[in-house]
Design a binder for this molecule. Structure first.
Ligand SMILES: [Zn+2]
Ligand SMILES: [Zn+2]
Ligand SMILES: [Zn+2]
Ligand SMILES: [Zn+2]
Length: 203
């Protein structure tokens, strides 16, 4: 009884139960809101199916509790109050939680939609990829709706990078990580910047 009550509280809070206890597939929820399904070993983020667990982990698609009193960066202090993004630290703030990338910050700020409930055909198409609809004045990155065009532009750029990384993960997982972090794959010695291979100076 206690266990059941606890489980329903956890569900209400939107927290995943450890899989060995419940062992249930959470895809129905994570497909909509983002998250990792321990049962299927697959992550969902803005309608993107991420099969690489390390790629999903590095995306760090959840908010982190912060203590505003410990924030030393002045631009972060402003961002916390305005639900903004600090370019210097690469941190965004939504509902008092910190997000460690532009993509996860924009997804947190956006509204997840069930694509079957979207009336506009153009927006439905965008929901299976990404795009801005001038009729609805809304941008979609997967199933996440973003109402501000500048926010959408930032989000779609980061989202494209995720799509490239996710595709690359099938060939080389560490390349995928290097793509999202703008760094070098230690195995392939390829350096990435903005989702593209960057010529290296080494011989
Ligand atoms: Zn599942
Ligand atoms: Zn900062
Ligand atoms: Zn539309
Ligand atoms: Zn590689």
């Amino acid at each position: 009884m206690v266990r059941t009550a606890f489980a329903s509280i956890m569900l209400l809070l939107g927290l995943a139960m450890p899989s060995p206890v419940l062992g249930d597939c959470t895809c129905a929820v994570t497909r909509m809101k983002g998250g990792w399904c321990t049962e299927c070993k697959v992550g969902h983020l803005a309608s993107v199916r991420v099969e690489s667990e390390s790629l999903f982990e590095i995306l760090d698609a959840h908010g982190h509790h912060i203590n505003p009193a410990t924030i030393r960066c002045t631009s972060c202090a402003i961002a916390i109050k305005s639900e903004g993004f600090c370019e210097r630290c690469g941190m965004g703030y939504v509902d008092g939680l910190a997000y460690v990338s532009m993509l996860t910050y924009q997804i947190a700020k956006g509204t997840p939609l069930d694509p079957t409930t979207i009336a506009c055909r153009k927006c439905v198409t965008h929901a299976s990829g990404f795009g801005w609809c001038d009729t609805c004045k809304v941008g979609m990155i997967g199933n996440v709706a973003i109402r501000d065009k500048r926010d959408y532009e930032h989000a779609s750029k980061a989202f494209e990078k995720l799509l490239i990384a996710n595709e690359t993960a099938k060939k080389c997982e560490t390349c995928a990580l290097a793509i999202v972090t703008d760094s070098t794959c230690p195995k392939c010695k390829i350096t990435y910047k903005d989702g593209k291979k960057r010529p290296t100076a080494d011989p």
